[in-house]
Design a binder for this molecule. Structure first.
Ligand SMILES: [Mg+2]
Length: 336
């Protein structure tokens, strides 16, 4: 069955039925009226973020199924909510499909979005479905909440803070290169790397854990790559940052994949985008118990990778202790 056989209203009605019973009391009205209605408590701030995925640029249906495409689309937004230490309340989906595409593909996309949304209490509360002449466009807007004035922003890093990241770096880049190059390798060898690329987990629970345990001065999620995203903290906070090559957390699976493809895993870790890990700064010195508990609870490392310094520059200290400028080589749209 093709989308053209079904029509927009039936598609919306299908999603509305799917969302029945999924709304928190803060959602007064979800799908089914001109606008969704939310009623946050008086001691909360609303946080809002949006992200667009374009077929052929952000995803290739040959590399991942529609469930994974939907999952990733929402994960990218939830990662931004995590980066503010907020919690999601609901999502709006605006998508465009060529009319000739299969209804089952649309259904799988919705399934991927709603499966991840269910896990993090982020139901679809509205949106729009249109036809496109070519290719699929998926835009998701997520509305979240954070206790008043408690959002962790990019602009308060202090000289002397340590720089931390959650999880492993370079995994999404590894997954991307694996699919792009289609090498004659067994995917099972690199399953953790490929899984992170296909179905990333937004670090919402990790962020909530961190703000509960320690005080963070700034935070960002890694969507464009460490070398690009850290620059935002430098600029907004008016500080420099130095990163130590030898501290970058790179999994053995990612190292093995990079070796097989003749790439440098350090380059993937520094410049690869879409890891959706959290990077934050903190003055906390006694981190050992937090690092241990984090690892036990979430099964991923929490690693100090650098330090906030005077100046405005982002630099890399290599294995020999030599300092190099770290240029932004992560992904940027409209850049060659
Ligand atoms: Mg972000």
């Amino acid at each position: 069955m093709r989308l053209t056989d079904v029509g927009e209203f039936a598609l919306i009605e299908g999603i509305r039925r799917l969302m029945r019973g999924n709304y928190d009391p803060q959602i007064i009205a979800g799908i089914g009226d001109d606008c969704a209605i939310l009623r946050p408590l008086p001691d909360q701030d609303l946080i809002i973020t949006t992200d667009t995925l374009v077929e052929g640029i952000h995803f290739h249906p040959d590399w991942m199924n529609y469930y994974q495409i939907g999952w990733r689309a929402l994960a990218a937004n939830l990662s931004d909510i995590a980066a503010m230490a907020g919690r999601p309340v609901g999502a709006l989906l605006a998508c465009s499909f060529p009319a000739s595409r299969q209804k089952s593909h649309f259904d799988q996309l919705i399934e991927g979005i709603t499966a991840l949304g269910k896990h993090y209490d982020c139901p679809l509360i509205g949106g729009d479905i249109t036809r496109s002449k070519r290719g699929i466009f998926i835009n998701i807007t997520v509305i979240g909440l954070v206790s008043r004035d408690k959002a962790i922003r990019r602009g308060s890093a202090q000289v002397g803070d340590r720089v931390w990241v959650t999880g492993w770096l370079g995994e999404a880049k590894g997954g991307l290169e694996y699919h792009r190059q289609a090498p004659p390798l067994k995917p099972e060898q690199f399953s953790s790397t490929l899984r992170r690329f296909l179905q990333p987990t937004p670090r919402l629970e990790e962020a909530a854990f961190l703000v509960d345990k320690i005080s963070l001065t700034s935070m960002i999620d890694l969507s464009d790559g460490l070398s690009s995203d850290l620059r935002h903290i430098c600029r907004e906070s008016g500080v420099g940052i130095e990163i130590y090559t030898s501290h970058l957390p790179i999994s053995s699976s990612t190292k093995a994949l990079a070796d097989s493809l003749g790439a440098r895993p350090v380059d993937w870790a520094l410049h690869g985008g879409e890891d959706f890990e959290l990077c934050f700064t903190s003055q906390e010195t006694d981190m050992e118990p937090v690092v241990r508990e984090f690892r036990e609870r979430f099964g991923i490392p929490l690693t100090a990778i650098g330090r906030v310094i005077e100046g405005r520059e982002l630099s890399l200290i290599d294995e020999r202790g030599e300092r190099h400028p770290l240029p932004p080589c992560g992904y940027q749209h409209f850049r060659k």
